[in-house]
Design a protein around this ligand. Structure first.
Ligand code: PLP
Length: 388
């Protein structure tokens, strides 16, 4: 079965009780048992719920995995994966990381004795040097946010010692464009809030694996900690995921047009998109991904004031955090998603005050380009009169 067929059919059988073609929202916390312990496989909805189960089967199949655990958010999924570790165990992690993941690692998990080393994962020697005898987990985000840096997943997997696991946060690429399990990763994590849900109307997360032991441990923690999505949220995510293939094709198509347009402007200093030949890892992107995604970052010429004026002037790109919905969004990472990182550290990583990040939606590409052109022209005077 191919990707788009899986998205629509796996886990989506007609309801056995009624024949309902669409999986119902089983809005129930508990299940009536025939006798003590004799039931239809469902006992309590923190442990198992038919709507959530349908979502888990659908998402596992989209990543080419055997098992999935759905969570109430991407962060809850991340936390459950990290609960596989014991105190004094060590994690090698990408230094360009989703802010919420960095916060969980540095301000919560370190307090429980888990150790982290942050490295530039594009540099394999640095990764090799960071490995210690107690290294149990490699945490990869690729492409990263907001600089769209790539990590070679298969290369990191080749550094994995016995007993350690490689986890990939695949939120930015989506399973449509990148299949980490096939490249050797042990676990894939998503914030389904983004491309998988796809409509900016539900928060959720998932962890997917083909390793039975890892799944049993994840499932245990899903139930023991209880960060599960409600049936209505599970249902919305499942409905969104059915159209993932068509949406991702449009996102990538539009993003390439937007990136090409921006790269052709003399008042744009730098455009970052894995689909541009100027991206330093364009060759890796072509090898590792089947498409370049819908995220485009860029730096405008001129002052930070121009950057702000431009972002405010756009009509179709809402100024908002998050990404991956059908509508286009623009974000100013330094003041929004990455505001909690100290300025010096931020700039060391390349997130300066003139960097903007687009989540290119699936509106008409011509309308999006017209909008960008109009706002660029309207703020051009600020670009000419001020130097960075
Ligand atoms: C949004 C996001 C998360 C966190 O997911 P939530 O659903 O917001 O909890 C994790 N990783 C990446 C790459 C994200 O973009």
């Amino acid at each position: 079965m191919k990707f788009s067929t899986k998205a629509i059919h796996v886990g989506q059988e007609a309801d056995p009780a009624t024949g309902a073609t669409i999986v119902p929202i089983y809005q129930t916390s508990t299940y009536t048992q025939d006798e003590v312990g004799i039931h239809k496989g469902f006992d309590y909805s923190r442990t198992i719920n038919p709507t959530r189960l349908a979502l888990e089967r659908q998402l596992a199949s989209l990543e080419g995995g055997d098992f999935a655990c759905a969570f109430a958010s991407g962060m809850a999924a991340t936390d459950a994966v990290m609960k596989l570790l014991q105190p004094d165990e060590h994690v090698v992690v990408s230094d360009d990381l989703y802010g919420g993941t960095f916060r969980l690692f540095s301000r919560v998990l370190e307090r429980y004795g888990i150790e982290f080393t942050y490295v530039d994962m594009a540099n394999l020697d640095a990764v090799r040097d960071a490995v210690r005898p107690n290294t149990r987990l490699f945490w990869i985000e690729t492409p990263t946010n907001p600089l769209l840096k790539l990590t070679d997943i298969a290369a990191i997997c080749s550094l994995r010692a016995h007993g350690s696991v490689v986890v990939v946060d695949n939120t930015f690429a989506s399973p449509y464009f990148q299949q980490p399990l096939a490249l050797g990763a042990d676990i894939v994590v998503h914030s389904t809030t983004k491309y998988i849900g796809g409509h900016s109307d539900v928060v959720g997360g998932v962890a997917i694996t083909s390793n039975r032991e890892l799944f049993d441990a994840l499932k245990f923690h899903q139930n023991a900690i209880g960060g599960v999505p409600g049936p209505h949220d599970a249902w919305l995510t499942m409905r969104g995921a059915k159209t993932l293939a068509v949406r991702m094709r449009e996102h990538a198509h539009n993003a390439q047009i937007v990136a090409d347009f921006l790269a052709g402007r003399d008042d744009v200093e730098r455009v970052i998109y894995p689909g541009l030949t100027t991206h330093p890892q364009h060759e890796l992107a072509k090898r590792q991904m089947s498409g370049f995604g819908g995220m485009v970052s860029f730096v405008l010429r001129g002052s930070a004031d121009r950057t702000m004026a431009f972002a405010k002037d756009l009509r179709y790109f809402s100024l908002a955090e998050s990404l991956g919905g059908v509508e286009s969004l623009i974000c100013h990472p330094a003041r929004m998603t990455h505001g909690s990182i100290p300025k010096e550290e931020r700039e060391r990583r390349g997130v300066d005050d003139r960097l903007l990040r687009l989540s290119v939606g699936i509106e008409d590409a011509g309308d999006l380009v017209d909008d960008l052109r109009r706002a660029l022209d309207a703020t051009r005077v600020l670009a000419a009169t001020t130097t960075p």
